[in-house]
Design a protein around this ligand. Structure first.
Ligand SMILES: Nc1ncnc2c1ncn2[C@@H]1O[C@H](COP(=O)(O)OP(=O)(O)OP(=O)(O)O)[C@@H](O)[C@H]1O
Ligand SMILES: [Mg+2]
Length: 512
């Protein structure tokens, strides 16, 4: 990678302002990147981070301000144009085409820049090289729809690496990676920076930010509120800078007396998307007032398990019982009636309808409930009050509840779905990666809510790759590997190490 002689700033964004109806997403923002550095953008959900990066990537035009690349003002008109300027971006929400293969997806990104270079053999070969060089396991011939979230993220990273961008925007790239994968990818990021690239990193995980960054810029309500470096700051200090108050980093957990078995899973086998059973003979019991954590690296059957419980995937054999009612093979609506709330892993795809208003998504699945519908008439006032309360409690950042859902920031869409699912007081809660992508303030609140549900007798299954989260919330922890449960440990006896070993299939605990 060649550097401009005496290159200071690769990138300068000066006085950027961007308005949306009712919101100033960016207000007079200054942001710059020096070659060779990893510069983190930190801020609460809705602070304006993605907007700033979308402006850089040509997806939005700023209302005011200018962008300079290597000291020269540029007008970035589209993503294709951004790529020509050497800017690459890994989006917060996947931009891959599910019905195409990995290689086809990577080639797709290249078409606009290199014209005819669509020879899939060449692309596949290069993907394999890249995946070997950087330890990012990806099979170029698999279809994207067959991939787990973690794998899709790896494809996004490869796609960006493939283009050899000199400025790389990473919008929450680690949100979907396991701790080990994060370590690996950090080595890659550092290599890319040392090579003279400029990396812009967005993450809600403060420890990551401290580990990886050279510089940290903090945003709040669309404005830059400060700049610091890991050497000058701390987790608590960063939390304070972004939220404006102290944040508890783990919830208080009261002892709860557990009751009868609410969710029972018997010898369950569930088909996967790749022609073999993704879940192979699972047995689980979750009692009232109990949180069962499911730890494991994504792609080991957790998603299929959650989907089967929610009625979105029909098991090959075995039984799912909710409050003594056999719900195996039932439709999602019937399972909900039996008492299930479900927070899906891919909330953008499975949890909300982007075109709907916020309030419509908030009552999407319980609009028939008596609170909201009387003798066939919707009770608008009740709906309005309920939705306004949820938006306030969960601090969903929006001008009002009439706003279209897809215009919310990534984290705020997550909060919206959590608000809906946690507010219905379910018998059984299945939550996949409940705090992925939400800021620390919101994570704190969501953890509190899950703990409250536990207190009020809900049986919860919390599926998470985040070991800290599993340890903080669970009473017992089941570790999944390759479609099976490697062991179930009481929280008191669990250590990060013992769980970590089981996550990679190395140790089987029989104390289930
Ligand atoms: N296309 C849009 N139309 C209307 N409002 C938008 C649009 N895109 C973003 N916004 C609003 O702009 C604000 C900033 O959103 P942005 O996505 O930049 O936040 P963010 O810092 O990336 O948050 P998160 O951590 O949740 O991803 C939010 O209030 C959001 O609702
Ligand atoms: Mg964002």
């Amino acid at each position: 990678m060649t550097q401009l002689p005496g290159a200071g700033h690769m990138l300068e964004m000066k006085g950027i302002t961007k308005r949306f109806p009712g919101v100033i997403a960016n207000e007079n923002v200054h942001f710059d990147v020096v070659a060779g550095e990893i510069h983190t953008l930190l801020g609460e959900n809705g602070a304006g981070k993605s907007t700033l990066m979308k402006i850089l990537y040509g997806l939005y035009q700023p209302d005011e301000g200018e962008i300079l690349l290597g000291g020269r003002p540029v007008n970035i008109t589209s993503p294709a144009n951004a790529i020509i300027h050497g800017i690459g971006m890994i989006h917060q929400h996947f931009m891959l085409v599910p019905t195409l293969t990995v290689a086809e997806n990577v080639a797709l990104g290249l078409k606009s820049t290199r014209g005819f270079l669509t020879d899939l053999k060449i692309v596949s070969k290069r993907i394999i090289e890249l995946s070997e060089t950087f330890g990012l396991q990806v099979n170029p011939f698999e279809y994207v729809w067959q991939l787990s979230v973690g794998e899709r993220q790896r494809v996004e990273i490869i796609k960006a690496l493939y283009r050899d961008a000199s400025i790389l925007v990473l919008d929450e790239p680690t949100a979907v990676l396991t701790p080990n994968e994060v370590d690996d990818v950090f080595v890659i990021f550092r290599k890319l920076a040392n090579d003279g690239r400029g990396l812009i990193f967005i993450s809600h995980k403060l420890q990551e930010v401290l580990d990886l960054s050279d510089r940290i810029t903090v945003m709040r309500h669309g404005r830059v509120t400060g700049e610091t470096t890991p050497a000058e700051t701390s987790r608590n200090n960063l939390a304070l800078m972004m939220v404006g108050r102290e944040v508890k980093l783990a919830p208080d957990k009261q002892p709860v007396k557990t009751g009868r078995v609410m969710l029972k899973i018997e010898d369950l086998y569930i088909p996967g998307d790749r022609g073999r059973d993704a879940v192979q003979g699972i047995n689980l019991e979750v009692r009232c007032g109990e949180v069962m954590g499911i730890a494991g690296i994504s792609g080991n059957g957790q998603r299929e398990l959650a989907e089967a419980i929610a009625g979105l995937r029909t098991p090959t054999s075995g039984k799912i019982i909710i409050d003594e009612q056999n719900t195996t093979g039932c439709r999602p609506g019937q399972v909900r009636k039996a008492g299930l709330s479900y927070v899906p892993e891919e909330r953008m795809r499975d949890g909300a309808i982007g075109e709907f208003r916020i309030k419509e998504n908030l009552i999407l699945l319980n609009h028939n409930s008596r609170n909201f519908c009387h003798k066939g008439f919707l009770r608008f006032k009740q709906i309005q009050q309920h939705c306004e309360k949820l938006v306030k409690e969960y601090a969903v950042k929006t001008p009002d509840i009439e706003t279209t859902t897809k215009s919310l920031s990534g984290g705020n869409i997550q909060k919206l779905i959590l608000a809906r699912e946690l507010s219905s007081n379910p018998k059984v809660l299945v939550a996949s990666q409940p705090t992925r992508g939400v800021d620390i303030g919101a994570a704190e609140y969501i953890h509190e809510r899950i703990s409250q549900q536990r207190q009020s007798g809900t049986a919860s299954l919390v599926i998470s790759e985040d070991l800290d989260e599993v340890m903080a919330l669970s009473d017992r922890i089941a570790v999944m590997f390759d479609g099976k449960i490697m062991g179930i440990i009481n929280r008191e006896n669990a250590t990060r190490e013992s769980i970590g070993l089981m996550m990679t299939g190395e140790k089987q605990d029989s104390a289930a």
